[in-house]
Each structure stands twice: as C-alpha cells, then as structure tokens.
Ligand binder design. Sequence first.
Ligand code: PGA
Length: 244
Amino acid sequence: MDLIIAKDYLDLSRRACRIIASEIKKKPDLVLGLATGSTPLGTYQELVRLYREEGLDFSQVVTFNLDEYYGLSKDNPQSYHYYMYENFFKHVNVKPENIHIPDGTATDVEAVCRKYDEEIARYGGIDLQLLGIGNNGHIGFNEPGDELLTVTHMTELTDDTIRANSRFFNSIDEVPRKAITMGLGTIMQAKKIVLLASGKNKAGIMAELLDENAVSTKNPASFLLLHKDVTVIVDEEAASLLKK
Ligand code: PGA
C-alpha cells in the first residue's frame, strides 16, 4: 500500500486527478470505478479542468459507480445519479452509454445486481477504482458487520452512515435506509485502487486502517491491506493520528 500525505484537500484532489489522468492516457478505454460523497468532489473538478484545458479525453472511458441509494430516482437531487451528472459527467465527454450506476428504483434488485456484475466482467473488470471511506470504515456501502458480501447487492445502511449522510438531506428521516452497492469482491478485483480521505473526522479510521495490520469485517476498508496496488491519499488532517 502506497501512502501519500497531501498538504491539504486541493493537493489531495490534484494528486488523485493526476493518477486517474495518467491511467486514461495509458489506456484510453479505461474502466474507471467512481465514488460519490464530499471527498472526490475536488478530484472531479480537477478532471473537468484537465478536460477543458488540456483535452483529457473521456470518449472511450467506461465508468461504474460504486453505489446508489435504494428508492431514489435518477432525477432526485440526493441520488448518486444526480450527483455524478452534476459534478462530473455533464462537464466532460464521457459517452452516456459508457456510464453505469446501479438503478436505485429497480423492482427486481437481484436481477439488477447480477447484471451490474456481469457488465463489469464483460469489460474485463475495473482498471482503476476510486474510493472514499466512511468514518466507520465502509467502502461503497459495504458496512461493518459479521460478514461482507462479495458481489453487488442491496444493503442496509448503519446508523453511523445514516447520521453522517444526513448532512446532505433536509432531515435525517429523509436518508434512505437501504442502498445497492458493489461488493467487496468486485472492489478487490479492481486492478488498481486509489483511496481518498480528507479532514479530521477521518483521522481515527485512517489510523485504525494504516496502523493495525489486521483485516476485519468490522472495518471493511481493512481488506484493502490484502490488495497489491492500492494508493492511499490523505491530507494532513486525515493523517494527524497516524503513528507510523
Ligand atoms: P464522504 O463519504 O466523502 O462524504 O466523507 C465517504 C464515504 O462515506 O464513503
């Protein structure tokens, strides 16, 4: 695991953007796994900047998002579909047919999940997966628990996550209780992973992840310790409790 300590959020975002841009230049039809939340926003802004100023070309890039709230339609401003279009897709030349995000309004969830995994496999798996991390160690919506599922699935959000994500909603009661998420297996099969953590409220989980040399379903991100090509980019605040 490579650890990069960035000076601040802008530096973290630029470094993440540089890694993604360099992979796209090496492989223009990169299969790119994407994340939502506050953390990758700066990375998306930087990628948009490179598209505008340097012609970084997304025309062959294929994207797969990690997750989507269950019950929110694509045009709901809290949905991850909406987030991705507003913050990234509508500003670059990714082809709509190359964009994949789980359908939060699906009635046959099992079929949608199987199809999602099949599509990822059809493209030969994810080349580069961008990840944030929850305060509780979740990646995607793979929440801490007694077991972690390997494949794309419907999951219940933990109280920690509902509380953390309520900042994006008018009230905590509006936060969906369920989501569809890629499983740990799909994430771990990505050829390359970039995990971002920014701010003081991520310092505790980053210390747990990077100082403890142990994997546990109680900290889903800890499985990344078993992956051969993970780059962790933290800013100084998120690194503030690291011992090593
Ligand atoms: P955040 O969320 O980027 O909004 O902190 C990260 C996550 O929950 O995975």
